[in-house]
Write a protein that binds this ligand. Structure first.
Ligand SMILES: C[S@@+](CC[C@H](N)C(=O)[O-])C[C@H]1O[C@@H](n2cnc3c(N)ncnc32)[C@H](O)[C@@H]1O
Length: 354
C-alpha cells in the first residue's frame, strides 16, 4: 500500500531527478559542442518539450504501477550525497575523452590496447561502445555507466527498465496460484550490466533467486556491490550466445538493453539460448530500444543516435523483426508494449515444449 506521503516523495524526487539530468544533458551538449557529427541524412527530431511530455507520461505510468502494487517504490530515488557527487565528478572528468573520441571517430581503444585479461573476449564486444572510456572493460567504466545512461535519457532510464516488472509480477502471481512461491522460481538476467534492474527485482521479490549474467567482469563486480544487501544471487561471466546453464533450468529470463549492442548473428544465437534455458511454461521479458516505425516521430533520433554515440549494430537492430527472431526459437509473443524510448516484448515458452 502506498500513502499520500509516498506519492509526494515520488513526485518531488522524480521532478528533481529529471531537472537534474536535463541540466546535465544541456551541460554535456555545451561542453561537447562541435564534436557531434553532421547527420548523414537530414533528420527531424522532436522538440525538447515533446520529449519532456513523454518522460512525464512514463513517470505517470511508473507511479500507477507502484500504486497498483506491481512493484515497490524505487529504493534509490534520492541517491546518497557522496554517490551523487562522485558520479558528477567522474562524469565531468571523463567527458573530454568521450568528446575527443567522438570528434575523431576513434572507437577501438580497447581493441588496440586491451586491458589485461580481456584478450579472449569476442571482437564485437571489445569496442568503445558510446565512445565510452574502456568500453565495458574497466571498473572506472562500470562506475560511470549508469550515470551516463541517465544523462542520455534525461533521468528516465530506470523508469523504462521498470516497465519489465509488471510482466514479472503477473507471472509470479500466476505461479503463486499453483502453489509456487517466489523462492521456488529462478530468474536469469542476461546482459545484467551493473545490476540496476536486478536491484528493483530484488527490492520487490527479495526471496526470488536470481542469476546475473554478463561478459564484463568489472560490470558484474559493480552488480555484486550494488546487490550486496540481498541474498539468493549468482553471478556468471559468460556470453549470452553460449550460456553455461542447463536446458530448461530457469522460470524467467529478462534481457534489458543488450540486443542493440550485438551483431545480428549473435542476436540470433542469444535468442536461441534464452529459449533453451527457459523451462516450458517460462517467460522471457525483453526490453530494448524502440525500433524504426514504432514511433515514427522518433525515427530521426533512431537514425542519428548510432552516429553520435557509437553503436555499431544499432542501425541493423532497429530494422530487425524481433518477434520473428524469437518466435523462430519456439517462443510465442505474449505482449508488446512501448514505453518512451523503449519497447517491452514478452514471450512465453509453451508448456508442451519437448
Ligand atoms: C547497454 S548494457 C545494458 C546493461 C543492463 N542490462 C542495463 O539495463 O543497463 C549492455 C550490457 O551487456 C553486456 N554484454 C554485451 N555483449 C554481451 C554478450 N554477448 N553476452 C553477455 N553480456 C554482454 C555488456 O557487458 C553490458 O553490461
Amino acid at each position: 500500500m502506498v500513502s499520500a506521503v509516498d506519492a509526494f516523495v515520488y513526485g518531488a524526487a522524480q521532478v528533481a531527478r529529471i531537472a537534474w539530468f536535463q541540466s546535465q544533458a544541456r551541460l554535456t551538449a555545451r561542453l561537447s559542442r562541435g564534436s557531434f557529427p553532421k547527420p548523414k541524412t537530414p533528420v527531424s527530431v522532436p522538440k525538447e518539450t515533446a520529449v519532456l511530455r513523454e518522460v512525464l507520461e512514463l513517470l505517470r505510468r511508473d507511479w500507477d504501477n507502484i500504486r497498483a502494487g506491481l512493484y515497490r517504490m524505487p529504493h534509490d530515488l534520492v541517491p546518497p550525497p557522496q554517490r551523487a557527487v562522485g558520479d558528477i565528478l567522474r562524469f565531468l572528468e571523463d567527458l573530454p575523452q568521450v568528446t575527443d573520441r567522438r570528434r575523431t571517430g576513434r572507437n577501438d581503444d580497447v581493441f588496440r590496447k586491451p586491458p589485461p585479461g580481456t584478450e579472449a573476449l569476442p571482437r564485437y564486444f571489445r569496442q568503445n561502445f558510446h565512445f565510452q572510456t574502456d568500453g565495458y572493460l574497466s571498473v572506472r567504466s562500470a562506475r560511470l555507466y549508469d550515470y551516463q545512461v541517465e544523462v542520455l535519457f534525461r533521468g528516465a532510464a530506470d523508469a523504462m527498465r521498470r516497465q519489465a516488472l509488471p510482466y514479472l509480477a503477473t507471472f509470479i502471481e500466476r505461479t503463486a496460484a499453483s502453489g509456487r512461491r517466489p523462492q521456488d522460481l529462478h530468474l536469469l538476467d542476461v546482459g545484467s550490466g551493473t545490476g540496476h534492474f536486478l536491484s528493483f527485482v530484488k527490492d520487490t521479490w527479495p526471496l526470488l533467486p536470481v542469476t546475473a549474467l554478463d561478459l564484463s567482469a568489472p560490470y558484474l563486480g559493480e552488480a555484486r556491490n550494488r546487490l550486496a544487501r540481498w541474498s539468493g544471487l549468482a553471478f556468471v561471466q559468460a556470453p549470452a550466445e553460449a550460456m553455461p546453464l542447463p536446458d530448461a533450468s530457469v522460470d524467467l529470463v529478462t534481457c534489458i538493453y543488450l540486443f542493440h549492442e550485438l551483431p545480428r548473428k549473435i542476436r540470433a544465437a542469444a535468442a536461441a539460448e534464452m529459449a533453451r534455458v527457459l523451462k516450458p511454461g517460462g517467460r522471457l521479458v525483453f526490453v530494448d530500444s524502440i525500433q524504426r516505425g514504432d514511433r515514427p516521430d522518433f525515427d530521426g533520433i533512431l537514425a542519428y543516435f548510432p552516429q553520435a554515440y557509437y553503436e555499431p549494430y544499432y542501425a541493423d537492430y532497429v530494422a530487425q523483426d524481433l518477434v520473428t527472431l524469437f518466435e523462430r526459437t519456439g517462443l510465442l509473443l505474449g505482449a508488446l508494449d512501448l514505453a518512451f524510448m523503449s519497447k517491452v516484448l514478452v514471450f512465453e515458452k509453451p508448456c508442451d515444449t519437448p
